[in-house]
Write a protein that binds this ligand. Structure first.
Ligand code: SAM
Length: 214
């Protein structure tokens, strides 16, 4: 069965208490939603949630929001959250095209992008989650010391992302084309796609980028 066709997934998203409904209402109020002043970190395109659920368990003093476009994928993360009931994690079904309607200026401490869809055709470049359009949105919602952390095995997407970040005035750091054989391997939490692609022998690329100061 294709994941997109899981019956009832969309309906489940509308009633499940672990899915934030109408998330735009929490714009600027996320710390109140969690009931603390802890940093807020988000993953865009969380898929089935292995990465963010692990981080949320490891770091109870950090708040996490997982964002995923498709109910049929998010439902897998939801099933795990129903077991774990992590208080520092919220899940949202949402298209990141309008991510800055979910978070106020400076509200987010860190954005994780893991194995984002590559959109290989030039005419679709704007859809890549590291294109200039998305970086402009991230720059608005990130705190002054905030950062984007991006991992992929797709070299073309990685090169595009480095160029896009530089062209938009972002500062790059911790750039590696072989994460698993770099100092950053220690403490690295693997995503589902990361496990799959590294098992095939693909090196994993990673970068950290901080937005230009306003
Ligand atoms: N991050 C996970 C991992 O590393 O295992 C999943 C990677 S999967 C290749 C990319 C995910 O991003 C898919 O689940 C897709 O639905 C989601 N996605 C793509 N574009 C998105 C968007 N604009 N907003 C939210 N999610 C998106």
């Amino acid at each position: 069965m294709r994941l997109r066709n899981i019956p009832g997934a969309r309906e489940e998203m509308l009633v499940n208490p672990f899915i934030v409904q109408d998330p735009e209402r929490l714009r600027g109020c996320w710390r109140a939603e969690f009931g603390n002043q802890n940093p807020l970190r988000i993953e865009i395109g969380m898929g089935k949630g292995q990465f963010l659920l692990t981080l949320a368990q490891q770091n109870p003093d950090v708040n996490y929001v997982g964002i995923e476009k498709y109910s049929s994928v998010l439902i897998r993360a939801l099933a795990r959250q129903e077991e774990l009931k992590l208080q520092n994690l919220r899940l949202i079904r949402y298209d990141a095209e309008t991510i800055d309607e979910l978070f106020a200026e400076g509200e987010v401490d860190r954005i994780y992008l893991n194995f984002s869809d590559p959109w290989p055709k030039d005419r679709h470049a704007k859809r890549r989650l590291t294109s200039d359009r998305f970086l402009a949105r991230y720059a608005r919602i990130l705190a002054p010391e905030g950062r984007v952390e991006f991992k992929t095995d797709n070299v073309d997407l990685f090169d595009f992302s480095l160029e896009s970040a530089e062209n938009c005035g972002w500062t790059l750091s911790e750039v590696t084309r072989d994460l698993h054989n770099s100092p950053a391997a220690e403490g690295n939490v693997m995503t589902e796609y990361e496990e799959r692609f590294s098992a095939l022998g693909n090196p994993i690329c990673r970068l950290v980028a901080t937005p230009p100061r306003q």
